[in-house]
Design a protein around this ligand. Structure first.
Ligand SMILES: C=C(O[C@@H]1C=C(C(=O)O)C=C[C@H]1O)C(=O)O
Length: 270
């Protein structure tokens, strides 16, 4: 019998509607684990996962990667959970701290700063356990659950990067996609079946947004109304023609700044 596929999903609230009932649907076919987007990307690349919900820029950086579902994390306007917090006017940012969990938004903020102000700030990391107050930088990019709470101090400018991109380009933005690496131990029929399962979980999740919001809100310090609005109005979960155009546009702009990762092939893939 072939070993179960190893599937990795993002550990943030934004992914709850995509993984609704997923474990049950997968049964013995696959294992499901959760992690930060950047770690999922590294684990997929190193062959520690077979399929994962990874940052879109990582997909753009590896031509051998295959999209396995039209279930995605995207937005068509303000996204709420991807924010630039700047202590200085954005055109004066010299040192920028990037959330360690991010790859796509980390590139997106650099694309926007370049296109709007011709600025290429020095980049430093914002560790996952580090508060934005404690980093020595003019501005901080934060994503995921921690970016959803009001920042604890005064910032000169706060950007919602979903909103900024959508207004700048008049296109949706795709943050993450379900990707299979090449060489996995699964037939085409099994990948097609997985694709159906991921879509069914998304569809079921979208039909259960109130229930998910009710279940998750309090433990994340949010009201169920706000969390429901995040799922229903900020996030968009289907890769349609607009999202594909947005992804192609992001590819072009990030590539022109050399922000697409160049992956050397890993020496051994287990
Ligand atoms: C909207 C979000 O999308 C995410 C942003 C990602 C990135 O910046 O690399 C990757 C996966 C998504 O979880 C968010 O995390 O808030």
């Amino acid at each position: 019998m072939q070993p179960p596929l190893r599937i990795g999903a993002v550990s943030y609230l934004n992914t709850k509607p995509l993984v609704h009932g997923l474990r049950e649907r997968l049964g013995h076919r696959a294992t499901l684990s959760f992690n930060l987007p950047s770690r999922l990307a590294d684990d997929l690349h190193q062959g520690k996962l077979d399929v994962a919900l990874i940052p879109s820029i990582e997909y753009l950086g590896d031509p051998s990667y295959q999209i396995v579902s039209n279930a995605v994390i995207a937005c068509r306007g303000p996204v709420w959970s991807v924010r630039l917090l700047s202590r200085v006017p954005a055109q004066e940012i010299r040192r920028l701290a990037l959330d360690e969990g991010s790859r796509t938004s980390a590139a997106l903020v650099q694309v926007l700063l370049w296109e709007m102000y011709q600025r290429r700030p020095e980049i430093v990391p914002l560790r996952i356990d580090q508060s934005p107050e404690r980093v020595d930088a003019d501005a901080v990019l934060m994503i995921g659950d921690r970016a959803m709470h009001p920042p604890p101090r005064y910032y000169r400018e706060i950007w919602d990067l979903g909103d900024r991109w959508c207004r700048h380009c008049e296109l949706p933005f795709v943050f993450a996609l379900w990707i299979a690496r090449s060489g996995i131990d699964a037939s085409e029929a099994e990948v097609a079946e997985l694709s159906q399962i991921l879509q069914a979980s998304r569809d079921q999740g979208i039909a259960s947004l109130e229930q998910i919001a009710e279940r998750e809100a309090a433990s994340h310090g949010l009201t169920k109304e706000d969390l429901h609005r995040y799922f229903a109005e900020n996030l968009h979960y289907t890769l349609g023609p607009g999202e594909k155009n947005g992804l192609a546009e992001f590819d072009r702009r990030a590539r022109s700044l050399d922000l697409i990762p160049h992956h050397a092939p890993p020496s051994t893939k287990p």
